[in-house]
Design a protein around this ligand. Structure first.
Ligand code: PLP
Length: 405
């Protein structure tokens, strides 16, 4: 049996590694918990969180819908092999072609702003029985103080309830014979708390009663914790909190839609880089690696990932602080700070950062080095599912000549 170090020598670093069994566990656990408490469940995987094609295809094979928020993501879902009836089209930026295609082929469209509603109305002159969902916007900060991302400034998506925009769009759609079959609420919060989902569900319930809506679905969005090593809410606690606000809804008739990204992807990925040199500056040891902060935290949010060091042999203890740094020429490319008296990192050691599956691969810029390898790990083997981008891939769709086309 090869040990971990020997196995890692079969891959080319830096690399993201998708642990298939972890992904499977995340998804099965979610489906199982949700289905226990609601008959009609739909899960749409949020493409933007991590749109590695292998992952998207895996989701499709599990019956998961594609939750897309742009023309390019919509095209990507098609490329993966999705039909419109398994696509959830969300977000502020949609092409008319994608709106039309999803509407006419039984997909889910959640409209976000007025021009989309007007376009649907225009389509309704030609096509009968169009069904849409409407994304709601309300002052969640009032009900969940300090929990939302934008605080008093308020969220920017959907139709605002307090100022009447929501009612206006309902009227516009109804007057033109467009069916409102869904309400959508996705909110970005700092806390991902039960309270946030409770308040969303409560608001949806209120709107259903007030406007006498007969819904095919309630879309509660994403933003759940996954299997974090904290005392975060479980999937069962989430759905029970939501269900408790929707007592009057028939769960065999109205589907509950979830749009997880982070919860499924984050813990399934590791990022592996390798030490190639070191140097002492002042009173700390700078560890040079082939990884970079740009590949795991490009927005420099100071994200702290748990990590492991995998060495050929144990080695000594460092009496200096160690700073793990990256391949770029940016001073700030430092992503692990280690106190003194820890294991001394040395050439050819691997550093594995955990929980690197959410908002990392898709945020990785083409800066200095191009996109890294991605492997899927299954049954003790590493399968290359995205080969590193080199200069050739970087040049694709470029022209070094001026030609009129
Ligand atoms: C980003 C997003 C999601 C997924 O959010 P996570 O935090 O990754 O779970 C779901 N729905 C919509 C509309 C989104 O914009």
């Amino acid at each position: 049996m090869k040990n971990r170090y020997e196995k890692l020598q079969t891959i080319q670093t830096p690399a993201f590694i998708l642990d298939k069994s972890r992904l499977e566990k995340n998804l099965d656990n979610m489906i199982c918990s949700f289905e226990k408490h609601w008959k009609n469940i739909i899960i749409g995987y949020s493409y933007k969180t991590n749109s590695l094609p292998w992952l998207l295809k895996y989701m499709q094979s599990k019956g998961i819908y594609a939750e897309v928020v742009s023309p390019d993501e919509y095209a990507l879902a098609k490329e993966i092999g999705y039909e419109d009836d398994k696509i959830i089209l969300n977000g502020p930026y949609k092409s008319q072609e994608s709106i039309k295609s999803v509407l006419l082929n039984g997909g889910i469209l959640n409209i976000d702003a007025i021009e989309e509603a007007k376009y649907v109305v225009e389509l309704s002159k030609e096509f009968n029985n169009l069904k849409v969902g409407v994304r709601i916007n309300f002052d969640l900060e009032k009900y969940a103080p300090s929990e939302t991302l934008m605080g008093k400034e308020s969220g920017r998506f959907g139709f605002n309830i307090e100022n009447g925009s929501f009612e206006d769009v309902l009227q516009l759609l109804k007057n033109n014979g467009v069916d409102i079959v869904g309400l959508h609420s996705h909110v970005s919060t700092k806390t991902k708390s039960l309270n946030v989902f409770r308040e969303s569900a409560k608001m949806i319930s209120k709107l259903i009663k007030k406007y006498n809506l007969n819904l095919d679905y309630i879309d509660i969005g994403g933003g759940f914790f996954g299997d974090k090593p904290t005392n975060a809410p479980t999937y069962e606690e989430y759905i029970l909190a939501i269900k408790n606000e929707l007592k009057e809804i028939d769960d065999s008739k109205t589907a509950l839609i979830f749009e997880p990204g982070v919860a499924l992807a984050a813990s399934a990925f590791q990022y592996i880089c390798k030490v190639f040199d070191e140097k002492i500056h002042k009173d700390f040891n700078i560890i040079l690696t082939d990884g970079s902060i740009m590949q795991i935290d490009a927005q420099m949010n100071n994200r702290k990932f748990p990590y492991n060091v995998i060495s050929k042999d144990k080695g000594s203890t460092s009496d200096l602080k160690q700073i793990v740094s990256g391949f770029t020429c940016m001073e700030k490319d430092r992503f692990i700070y280690i106190d003194k008296n820890a294991q001394k990192l040395k050439k050819d050691d691997y550093i594995e950062l955990l929980f690197t599956g959410a908002y990392t691969l898709n945020f990785t810029p083409l800066f200095i080095q191009f996109l890294p390898n991605v492997y899927v790990y299954e049954n003790d083997k590493y399968y290359l599912v995205r080969k590193k981008w080199g200069a050739k891939e970087y040049m694709i769709n470029n022209s070094t000549e001026l030609e009129l086309k």
